[in-house]
Write a protein that binds this ligand. Structure first.
Ligand code: F0G
Length: 466
């Protein structure tokens, strides 16, 4: 049985450039969160001490990536930088065709515009919010089929990111199966806790998709972290290199969608990588319309260069062992402090169960977002609520609100940016907040209405009185 390790290696880098951050006094933080309508998306980054809003686009680039920026070929068509990226994708992932996009959601838009028609169902292990929104935008129906363990924060399952294979097979063999053009597997599974997907689960899901004649796509935003967690948790892969694990994972997919802002260690970028020439050509037409010419896809040549380097760098096992070690470090400190975290740790973030942290606040008062606002006041740390404010659904006919099964606050850790002393500060802030949690009040939504899609980004909230 796999058990979490307890060894945290030191940073496998030294710091060449620094960016000052400051901790505002508490009364200032209170003022800033009030001005931000208790929504951390409205905070200015200069007012934040440690920013764990997202691991996306927030990585520190390496000296090699910075050097590569200078090699950017800014030609509109046929830029050398595109060919550098193509070589890198072929080497790391093994796909012959690549369409660059400005970021992950650009890839989603182009792929789903090409592949979906109204009424299509898209099953997966857990669609990310932009993925879901792009499927809906094309008239499709996103369907999450996580394994039941994924919904229980207490269960110590090594691969909680897995798809429910039985559920997938039942869907594809039913009458509804005709409405499914593709299966989309997201690795790691950001929506249900950043947990990895096992190799067996990827392989079986792809076999099932193939059996029923469906395309098998993967969203590989955090592919290297998934590969590391396979190595860590599946004894069959203990002695297999990350490069080989990545190549095997990719070998099961017809095409992948990629937000390079995560595991390509860059601040912007993405791509679609494919095996099939005909599909590549169909997508390229939409790419020109929405993103740009197929050799730049909405990016500068310098961005393509940084991506090409980052894709190879992220495979470094010393880096990955430290990276996951830092996530595990924060997770372990929180467990020690009695904070209700989602178990076990995943690849890019620590998720806190807001329903357990603030048991006196009902989901109608947004406990996850309340926790995020309070953590900012307590410690100058920014996390993000992933609960009822983001995911509750309003029934069109009855007007009744359906609350999500999970109510988490996510602390996503940017890559190569913070040290473990920063992590200690976060853990201490949560410990202090836990001590005074009884005095924390929930929030109510002032703007916009509960049925507005992606409302959490723009929501204005107020503390509940009394
Ligand atoms: N897929 C996954 C699994 C993601 O986590 C994200 C973004 C996207 C696609 C979209 O990519 O932002 O480059 O357009 N996740 C970020 C987050 C925003 O904070 O989890 P993008």
């Amino acid at each position: 049985m796999w058990k979490p390790l307890n060894l945290t290696p030191a940073e496998p880098y030294r710091i060449k450039v620094v960016e000052p951050v400051r901790l505002l006094p508490r009364d200032e933080r209170l003022r800033r969160i009030r001005e931000a309508h208790y929504n951390v998306f409205y905070l200015r980054s200069r007012d934040i001490y440690i920013d764990l809003l997202t691991d996306s686009g927030t990585s520190a680039m390496s000296a090699s990536q910075m050097a590569a920026l200078m090699m950017g070929d800014e030609s509109y068509a046929g830029a050398e930088s595109f060919y550098h990226l193509l070589e890198s994708v072929r080497e790391v992932m093994g796909f012959p065709y690549v369409l660059p996009t400005h970021q992950g959601r650009g890839a989603e838009n182009v792929a789903f515009r090409t592949l979906l028609k109204k009424g299509d169902i898209v099953p997966g292990n857990g669609h990310f919010d932009t993925t879901r929104a792009h499927i809906v935008d094309k008239g499709g129906v996103p369907l999450d089929l996580p394994i039941p363990e994924a919904l229980d924060p207490e269960v110590m399952h090594p691969f909680k990111g897995n798809i429910d294979l039985k559920g997938l097979e039942n869907l594809l063999s039913s009458r509804e199966g005709d409405r499914v053009p593709l299966v989309l597997m997201t690795i790691t599974n950001n929506t249900y806790g950043g947990h990895p997907v096992s190799m067996d689960n990827i392989r079986r899901a792809s076999e099932i998709a193939r059996e029923y004649g469906k395309l098998f796509l993967m969203d590989v935003a955090r592919f290297a972290e998934n590969a590391w967690l396979i190595k860590e948790r599946d004894p069959a892969y203990r002695d297999v290199s990350i490069r080989e694990i990545v190549r095997e994972m990719m070998s099961y997919a017809d095409a992948v969608l990629f937000s390079a802002k995560k595991d390509a260690l860059v601040n912007i970028g993405g791509f679609i990588a494919l095996r099939d020439k005909e599909l590549y050509e169909r997508m390229a037409r939409f790419l020109i319309l929405h993103e740009g010419f197929p050799t730049y896809g909405g990016l500068a040549g310098r961005d393509l260069e940084a991506m090409a380097v980052g894709l190879r760098e992220v495979l470094d096992e010393t880096y990955l062992s430290w990276r996951i070690g830092q996530v595990r470090y924060l997770w372990s400190r929180l467990v020690e402090n009695g904070i209700p975290v989602v178990k076990p740790y995943g690849g890019h973030a620590v998720y806190i169960d807001a329903l357990k942290f603030l048991p006196h606040i009902p989901q109608s008062m947004f406990p996850a977002d309340t926790l995020a606002a309070e953590l900012y006041v307590e410690a100058g740390v920014r996390g993000v609520g992933l609960g009822s404010l983001a995911f509750a659904e309003v029934d069109r006919e009855t007007g009744k609100v359906r609350y999500p099964k999970t109510e988490y606050m996510r602390l996503a850790i940017p890559r190569r940016v913070y040290t473990n002393l920063h992590m200690d500060w976060v853990a201490e802030g949560l410990r202090r907040l836990m001590e005074r949690r009884d005095e924390v009040r929930g929030l109510r939504l002032v703007y916009p209405s509960m049925d507005t899609p992606l409302r959490h980004f723009i929501a204005r909230l107020k503390p509940v009185e009394g």
